[in-house]
Design a protein around this ligand. Sequence first.
Ligand code: FAD
Length: 332
Amino acid sequence: MRKEDTTSNVLVYVELADGAPVKAGLEALTPAHMLTEKNGGDVIAAVLGKGISDAAGLVAAAGADRVITVDSEELAEYDLDAYADILRQIIEKEKPDVVLLGGTGDGKDLAPKLAAIFDAAAAADVTDIKVDGEDAVFVTTEYSGAIYSDVLIEEARPGIATTRSGAFKKPECESRGSVEAADLKVSDGVVKTKVIDTVKEITEAVNLEDAEIIVSGGRGMGSKENFGLVEELAKILGGEVGATRPAIEDGWITKNHQIGQSGKVVAPKLYIAAGVSGAVQHLSGITGSDYIVAINKDEDAPIFSVANVGIVGDAMKVLPVMIEEIRKIREG
Ligand SMILES: Cc1cc2nc3c(=O)[nH]c(=O)nc-3n(C[C@H](O)[C@H](O)[C@H](O)COP(=O)(O)OP(=O)(O)OC[C@H]3O[C@@H](n4cnc5c(N)ncnc54)[C@H](O)[C@@H]3O)c2cc1C
């Protein structure tokens, strides 16, 4: 498609997990509104799967002007070819200028595939969006957030982008969009693979991306036993446990708790970091946090440059006091 063939609509693919919209998908509605507020058009959400009416209602209430659902057995499980083919059909009909996807595994899978289908271009890991005339300019980060780039997709349409988890807040919306069921089928011959067996990894469920409170521990915790203080504080606060790469390499906690460049990108309301130096590879995963509390015995530790509250001290002394005080408040 060329620019002149498109409308000012923005299409957002809102991924579902366990029948509910994922946070990153809902967050992508916010930059979509930033574009339609400037250029007009509707924010259209695409919701795909099987038995998705409740989820579609949640997306409509969360800020989409229109929600297009495709509810079918052949979409019960995520399949790249099938999902991309359905999104292609929606894009060809609605002709959005921009397509946004939350930066989840599926979003990062679909964005380049859609770009290839439309001979268009995709920007990855977008942290902000600007408008240049009628064009969207996608702000992306390079080198773990050390450099910001403005990416303008000049001609090919739609302009496709994945948004970074936590970079945008979910829209606060009072109006409710419409839900439209589309009777679309996956085209013959499109699906090239067949899933013959699925083996679920036996790991504890860790939902760091959606967590409102995260307590993280780094190498400064010193041992697996001491790391238990991080887990205890997270538990008493009703939060999740995060970790730096060294804490994982030392075997104090499993890899699915890793936060940072090669781990998860998080955006909690409260992030507590204990014994974490604040290396750029860790900071790149936490800058979307609303409020950061850092405990480090080195007053020059880089983590203090991003912390709202810094406690210079021994985490093994500070954490037990915090646990005790919070326990008193909880029980009091
Ligand atoms: C390609 C690449 C990808 C990477 N990806 C990631 C990633 O995803 N996530 C990640 O975390 N790292 C990642 N890293 C590693 C990163 O560079 C750092 O090495 C790491 O984040 C440092 O972890 P840390 O803060 O736990 O340890 P350190 O840097 O060793 O810091 C330990 C801190 O604890 C403090 N401390 C020591 N004792 C105490 C005490 N008793 N009380 C309080 N404070 C104390 C020290 O003052 C120090 O500041 C990556 C590196 C590379 C090259």
